[in-house]
Design a protein around this ligand. Sequence first.
Ligand code: ZN
Length: 365
Amino acid sequence: MNSREIAFELSHCFNEWGVSSCEKIHRIFRRQAVIAATNYFHSQGDLGGNLEELEQTSFPTNLNDAFRFYLQNENVASPLYGYIDHLDMNGRQPYYRKYNKDKRKYEYYLKQQFQGFEEQCDPFTRFEFQRLEKEELFFSTWMIEDDNVQSAFKGKVIETWLLCHALQHERCFNCKTQGSLRFNNYSNSPWQDMICSNKECSAMYKITTKENKIAMDKSFFLNRFICGSFQEFCKERNAENRKMFLVVLPRQGVCKEIPEMIQHLYYPVWIGEIQKGLPHVYHVTFNPNLDDLRFKTVVSITPGSETVWFDLPCPLHEVDVYGIAKTVFIKRFSQATFDFYSSEYFGDQGGDSEDDGGEKIEEKL
Ligand SMILES: [Zn+2]
């Protein structure tokens, strides 16, 4: 990977955002983005945590306790911002790229749902960013039941369940050592959800979920996975010559028919070695209040390295996700803070709608 690749990928991204090279303000921003991303790429390595300490860290062995532990340790980098999308399109980019074989170049097309809104697509005016307290961010991501929050929450449950299972039953994919996998709860090293504690190996694992098996297969086919912070990716990648793996599983279980048994659901867990990561522009990149430009990472894996790691069975018990989230929220902040945001978000209806939400999530599990 080199600076040219970074500039090339960013150019695609900006075209998908309708940030052209014609307008001066857009041109300047595009140039700044390439400089910022190239600086991240050359940044000094920092692993963010200490492997000896991790060896001592224990992780709960059942899903309920593990999910509680996960939320207790969840952290976010400040300052925090919420955003309003004036087009109400969940912060998505309006155009997509398509390769034209005859012309041998990429062309960009407006997505159908953006038809008629071309004028309002400029991301510099489309988004409004507002400061957000940590309490409010957690309340809105833990307690609200819209589709986005639900799928994010479902991802967290599955990820926790994967950790629960892998730490107890699976060998390190890289060195095959039994019992060497550890959960990493250092919030400043988001590319190491799991680490192998065998010092000769120290493989790092990033876990990501996809909506379903079809979406997962598509990502493998395109060899394109959009994951977390590019800045952090570069830091961790540049730190030491350790293998980085991407672990991918669907949020919807897959049905398996076993003769003479009732059909049962499981989650196929795929793995591939991370080959490279390139910067990806998302709505936060356009937040003028931040000191630095933020990007997500487009990860590609070493071709041919992808394989099934193991089949994750369905959890035996249902998880009361909203009940656990409410308890953890009150413990981390206070009952008064919980009541305050309940009335802000739910008004006179009261905040006790978590039971319904919990059931909804369990049904889909
Ligand atoms: Zn290992």
